[in-house]
Each structure stands twice: as C-alpha cells, then as structure tokens.
Design a protein around this ligand. Structure first.
Ligand code: HEC
Ligand code: HEC
Length: 444
C-alpha cells in the first residue's frame, strides 16, 4: 500500500513537471495552427457552405504528442464527475493503463492490420468520427450505427446504444470480432497475434501478476485505458459545482435554465446535486429511431458538392446506387425481443457534445441546431414515444440559448487527453514484425 501511494505521488509529481511541457508544445505551435485544430475533425467544415471557406485540416506531421499521467483522471475525480467505479478485480494501475493504451492504438489488432479502435474512436475528433454518420469498418464494410465517444465511458451502467453490454472488460471483444469492424476470425487468433508481437512481450505479465495475454487480460487492459478518459471541469462545472459565478455568461445560464426547466432535457440528461452525468443510463424512444427505421424523410436529400454548391437529389436515385441495402435498426428490441422496446436507445451523455458531431445513434443530425429542432417539434410521433417527449414551443432565441449552454460542456483536459493519444505508438505492421504474416506463411 505504501508502495502504491508513493507511485501515485510520484506520478502526480511527474504530471506537474510534465504538464508545462505539454503547454509549451501548444504555445510554440500556436502561430502554425489554430488552437481548435488540436481537437476538432481534420476538416471541421465550419462555414463549408460559404465560398469563403478555408480548410482547418491539421497535417499528421503538425500533430504534437505529449504523454500524460492518465491514472490521475481515475484516482482524482474531476469537478462535475463522481468517483470512477472500478471492478474489484481490475483496479487501474499505471502498467494496465499503458498496456491498454498500446492496444487501443494498435492497428495489428485487426484481421488485415489496418484497424485499431482509434480508427473509429478518433482522439482529435472527440474520440468519435466527426466526418461520417455511421461507422465504416475493415475493407469499407458498413456499420449501421454512429461511433459514440469514449469520453466518460466509465460512468455508463450500460454500454452500446442499445445497452447490450454492461462491462467494459467484455465490450472490447465485440469490435475485435465483428466481421464489419476489426474482423478477427476468433479470440485465439487475436491472442496468438499479440503473443507474437515483440512490443507486448512481458507487458501483460507485469500488469496482471504473471498472467499473459488472454481473452480476459486483453479486455481488462483496454477497459482500464478507456476508464481514464474522463473529461469534466468544464465552464458549466466551474459555474455549477465550483462556485465560479462568472464561468457562464447570462446567455448560457438562460440555456441551463431552459435545460432543467421549460425544455425538460434534464429529465433524461441528468444533472445532480454534486455531479452531472447528463444521462440517466436508461433507454428511451424519442421517435428518431422510429422515423429512421420507417424511412420517414423528405423525398430529396440536399447534397453539397463543394463550398457553396448544392444539389437536391431524389432519394430514389440515392437508394438505387446504394451498394448495400440500409440495415434496419430497432434499438433495444434487438436485445430483448420485447416489442415495447422498439426504437429505444440509451440516453447519451452530453459532456463534450460540441466535439462529438454528428448526433444520434445513426449520426443523422450534423449540428446541435438540427437536434434542437427535432426536440422542439416533439420528436416523431409513434405508438411507443416516451411520454417525456412533447412539443416544446421554444423560440429561436431559446434554442440558441440551449445550444450555447451545451457548448459549455467541453472538459478542461481535452487537450491533455488528445495530446496523450497523439504520443501513443500507432502499431503499424512492419517487415520486422513476426506478424508480417502473410510473408512468412507464403515463403514456407
Ligand atoms: C469500425 C469502427 C469501430 C471500431 C474499429 C471500434 N469501434 Fe467502438 N464503437 C463503434 C460503434 C459504431 C459503436 C456503437 C455500436 C452500438 O451502439 O451498437 C461503438 C461502441 C463502442 C463502445 C460503447 C460506447 C457507448 O457509448 O456505449 C465502446 C466502449 C467502444 N466502442 C470501444 C471500442 C474499442 C475498445 C475498440 C477496439 C477494440 C473499438 N471500440 C473499435 C465503432 C467502432
Ligand atoms: C426521454 C428522454 C430524453 C429527453 C427528455 C431528452 N433527451 Fe436527448 N437524448 C435521449 C436519447 C435516448 C438520445 C439518443 C437518441 C438516438 O440515438 O436515437 C438523446 C440524444 C440527444 C443528443 C445527441 C447526443 C449524441 O451524442 O448523439 C442531444 C444533443 C440531446 N439528446 C439533447 C437533448 C436536449 C437539448 C433535450 C431537451 C430539449 C433532450 N435531449 C431531451 C433522451 C432524451
């Protein structure tokens, strides 16, 4: 125990020493890139509809990594978040965090060595994918849902948008094995591959008291890394839980009052006395899933070809060139087979919402304005609509206030977490790799 406390102390000190370095990295590159480029999609497309548009892309070489002490984000809860719950048999340690971080960014963990977890949960894009509505897996295979953010994932009671998992330790095996995500043929295949990769030698044994890579330890390491990705202490948290009255503007406070009052958003996106998860960890039918699965939409879709250039395309034409039929999505029903669970999805947290577009389980809405217009209309009427969803009669100004409030939910450590992710090795296959599989096998 003594030993553990001193590790925590030393790593805390390490962070204090290290953090100024991270800050200098940003400061020294400030004139080369807009600050926001550090976390924002490669190309934010803000104002893309105007012919004045200028790209905000950040080249790979401009990325600056700075390793952070991630364990602190588990051990010292940030303002606005409760203590992180951890399974008793998988308490976070520096060794586990480091190992999980290696695995999360390792592209060799997929069948053809191209797909890591971070290809869909992209750190600089809010640990989601800002540029696509629904995920695309190995060899361009379609996934029917939007990649959710991994920020604050430790605080969900149920995982996935239909709540089909409840343990981060087990969750990782879904994408590792899904044929349209990382496409590994079996658990053993992944384990053998990890055993063959030089960089992992001894690391599992060190992190898990002598245990090597197994189905269990791979899941545990990935879970621990993801549990560190907590992000709060936002302007809202400073205002609500930190007694800093001027952390929010009057406009943003008006948005908060609507959120907990007239618009009643907080009846599902909870805000508590001591902390706010912005989720009730329950599943609800907002009507969005119903509309999407019934194909209720306009006859034409507006497609943007270039800055300022649009065409309205008949949906029939779009459907006729679709390579794969769109997969139906009935939400929670797919897990329970209970007809009353149709089109129910888990309430997502709204923390860091400004960074995690597009929105909803299918990424249908690209802006918060579209989400608010949807709620203002009362969602989409259907026989199973949640009684909490109803027309809100919000004025334009009230909608703007609600959006401004939601934009105050970006955590104060986002840059630290993104810079840490940039410092992680990518795990690309190389000729030296025993995994250069395909070569070794053919030459036999
Ligand atoms: C092909 C893109 C893709 C890859 C690769 C991928 N994910 Fe995901 N991830 C998704 C999508 C899409 C979902 C939502 C699926 C659903 O809700 O049914 C998801 C959901 C999750 C969730 C649950 C999020 C929530 O809000 O409940 C976690 C945690 C997660 N992924 C972690 C990982 C890890 C760890 C890896 C690597 C082992 C990984 N993902 C690889 C696309 C991906
Ligand atoms: C009945 C519970 C409920 C109420 C009330 C509610 N929401 Fe939601 N919210 C949800 C659920 C469930 C989803 C996910 C829907 C989906 O993926 O199809 C969601 C999704 C969202 C999203 C998209 C999040 C993301 O990461 O994709 C935003 C933004 C949002 N809600 C904001 C609001 C606001 C603002 C209000 C008030 C006007 C509100 N919500 C009221 C349950 C609710």
């Amino acid at each position: 125990m003594q030993h553990l406390t001193s590790i925590i102390r030393i790593s805390g000190l390490f962070f204090l020493l290290f953090n100024p370095v991270a800050l200098t990295v940003y400061a020294s590159t400030d004139d080369l890139m807009p600050e926001s480029a550090v976390f924002g999609s490669g190309d934010r497309k803000q104002g893309y509809d105007s012919d004045q548009y200028v790209t905000n892309s950040l080249s790979i070489t401009a990325r600056k990594g700075a390793k952070a002490d991630l364990l602190q984000f588990i051990n010292e809860p940030m303002l606005g978040l409760p203590a992180v719950r951890q399974p008793v048999d998988n308490i976070a340690t520096t060794e586990k965090v480091e190992l999980g971080r290696l695995l999360f960014f390792d592209r060799r963990l997929s069948l053809n060595d191209t797909f890591s977890c971070a290809i869909c949960h992209i750190p600089e894009q809010g640990f989601t994918s800002n540029e696509i509505k629904t995920a695309v897996g190995i060899e361009g295979r379609s996934v029917k849902r939007n990649s959710p953010t991994i920020y604050n994932i430790a605080h969900y009671d149920v995982l996935f948008q239909d709540g089909r998992e409840d343990s981060l330790e087990q969750q990782a095996w879904s994408p590792l094995l899904a044929h349209n995500e990382m496409a590994n043929p079996s658990i053993g295949y992944v384990i053998n591959k990890i055993k063959a990769i030089k960089e992992y030698q001894g690391l599992f044994e060190k992190a898990f008291a002598g245990k090597g890579p197994t189905m269990e330890t791979v899941g545990m390491a990935l879970a621990v890394y993801q549990r560190t990705l907590n992000s709060a202490n936002s302007s809202f948290d400073q205002w609500k839980y930190g007694n800093t009255e001027n952390a929010l503007s009057q406009h943003e406070i008006a948005g908060y009052q609507l959120f907990v009052g007239k618009a009643a958003c907080a009846s599902c996106h909870l805000i508590g006395q001591d902390y706010a998860l912005f989720t009730d960890n329950q599943l609800h039918n907002t009507g969005h899933g119903y509309a999407a699965s019934m194909g209720i939409k306009a006859a034409k879709t507006r497609v943007q070809l270039a800055p300022g250039v649009f065409v309205d395309v008949d949906n029939e034409i779009i459907n006729s060139v679709r390579q794969q039929p769109k997969q139906n999505d009935v939400g929670r029903y797919e897990v329970t087979q209970n007809p009353y669970d149709r089109w129910k999805y888990r309430t997502p947290s709204l923390r860091n919402i400004a960074l995690t577009a597009p929105y909803m389980h299918d990424g249908a809405f690209s802006s918060l304005r579209e989400v608010l217009d949807f709620y203002n209309r009362g969602g989409v009427e259907n026989e199973l609509l949640s009684p909490l969803i109803r027309p809100l009669n919000l004025t334009d100004q009230e909608i703007e206030q609600l959006i401004a409030f939601m934009q105050t939910l970006t955590g104060s450590n986002v840059k630290t977490l993104v810079a840490d992710a940039f410092a992680a090795p990518i795990g690309d296959i190389s000729k030296e790799d025993p995994n250069w599989a395909h070569d070794t096998k053919y030459s036999d």
